[in-house]
Write a protein that binds this ligand. Structure first.
Ligand code: FAD
Ligand code: NAI
Length: 328
């Protein structure tokens, strides 16, 4: 009998590891507490269409990731987004064009991880609460009290604060994960029946409760009927307003948006708020991934490198590479 490898988390890090392990001939089984794949790269279905509320776009700088993006491009799951970019600083809005290539999933961000699922075995809606060792193999317990296993090894691909309790059998790794601080982000979407009278399609914002704005339908492949904008608050603002009711978050960020966007902003036809508790690690690390080869436990995710899509994908590759190098 082949004893499979368990992967907890079907975000881009977990699926990157799963693909690499499967390509090397290993059998893997993936678990995610969400209804679908993607985690912070998922898109939220709403009355205004599917909206990218988490990762907005991504850049590719590492050669291996550039190659992967080329593959997604050939498959048709990504395209370049070339927004009219602005910068807002000290109350002044200025065009801020650049040469950076920014990639988005087609027709929404979640298309990328959806495509990565391939023929992987994935259990959705399954929140793992405990990773424990039997006589020889690993077992997982989920929030409904069900047991899954046996597994020869376990790769934990969830944000650091959620990884910590799952790493209880590898106290050194648990200690490292516990030391990673992750910052929240409040995201708001506002949809307008009439397009706002601005050429702006994306904006980096400084010295403000907001730090980013994007016009969702300026991304390729979107076909929403509303002119929907995604606003992200800074980590500081989000932390300070972490328990604010959603209606108030929408009202306050709508106000900031209306003030800075430089055109008349009517009442929104559609609005929603989403709180990302573990949006980004407070700093970058150079761990690649974490490994306890004797136990057969591994951890990966954006928090092991940079808090970006590229960092998460590379971390998954790193975990798979280390695990494969430890096989007999
Ligand atoms: P995640 O995407 O968090 O995946 C972890 C998965 O594990 C999730 O699917 C979750 O449901 C699952 N999970 C967690 N706990 C359990 C459990 N106990 N049992 C089972 N499953 C579990 N990056 C960029 O490059 N560009 C951007 O523009 C950008 N903007 C961002 C904006 C926001 C608001 C946010 C939140 C993030 C943004 N990022 C951006 C960061 C990027 O989204 C992340 O770096 C990347 O998606 C992280 O991937 P991951 O696989 O490490 O983690
Ligand atoms: P990038 O190269 O486009 O941006 C990096 C940073 O450079 C930007 O945050 C911005 O400050 C600055 N910048 C880039 N181009 C600019 C321009 N034309 N005008 C003015 N400033 C510009 O993308 P990269 O390096 O891939 O970073 C990913 C993005 O994801 C970052 O903007 C980051 O803040 C964001 N992010 C947001 C998270 C959240 O929770 N809100 C979590 C993780 C990443």
């Amino acid at each position: 009998m082949t004893v499979p490898i368990a992967i907890i988390g079907a975000g881009i890090a977990g699926l990157s590891a799963a693909q690499a392990l499967q390509a090397a001939g290993q059998t893997v089984q993936v678990f995610d507490k969400g209804r679908g794949s993607g985690g912070r790269m998922a898109s939220k279905r709403s009355d205004a269409g599917a909206l990218d509320l988490g990762a907005q776009y991504f850049t590719a700088r590492d050669r291996r990731f550039v190659e992967q993006v080329r593959h997604w491009l050939d498959e048709g799951s990504v395209q370049a987004w070339k927004p009219q970019l602005y910068n807002y600083r000290d109350g002044v809005l200025t065009p801020s064009p650049d040469e950076q290539t920014r990639w988005v999933g087609i027709p929404r961000m979640s298309a990328i991880t959806r495509g990565m699922l391939g023929d992987l075995t994935v259990s959705f809606g399954c929140r793992i609460t405990e990773v424990f060792r039997g006589q020889q193999y690993w077992h997982l317990q989920d929030a409904d009290g069900c047991n899954h296993g046996p597994f020869s090894r376990v790769v934990i691909a969830v944000p650091a604060p959620q990884a910590t309790p799952l790493l209880a059998w590898a106290p050194k790794l648990a200690g490292i994960a516990a030391g990673v601080q992750m910052e929240p982000t409040w995201a708001v979407a506002l949809g307008f029946a009439e397009p706002l009278q601005t050429p702006m399609q994306g904006c980096f914002v400084q010295d403000n409760p907001l730090d980013w704005l994007a016009r969702n339908r300026s991304k390729p492949g979107r076909d929403e009927h509303l002119d929907t904008w995604v606003l992200h608050a800074t980590s500081d603002w989000s932390r300070q307003h972490i328990d604010l009711p959603k209606e108030q978050v929408i009202e306050q960020l709508w106000g900031e948006f209306a003030e800075l966007v430089g055109c008349v902003v009517p009442a929104a036809t559609f609005s929603l708020a989403h709180r990302w508790l573990y949006a980004r690690p407070a700093g970058n690390h150079e761990w690649g991934s974490l490994a306890d080869p004797d136990q057969g436990l591994y951890a990966c995710g954006d928090w092991c490198l940079s808090g970006r899509v590229e960092g998460a994908w590379l971390s998954g590759q790193d975990a798979a590479k280390r695990l494969l190098s430890h096989l007999d």
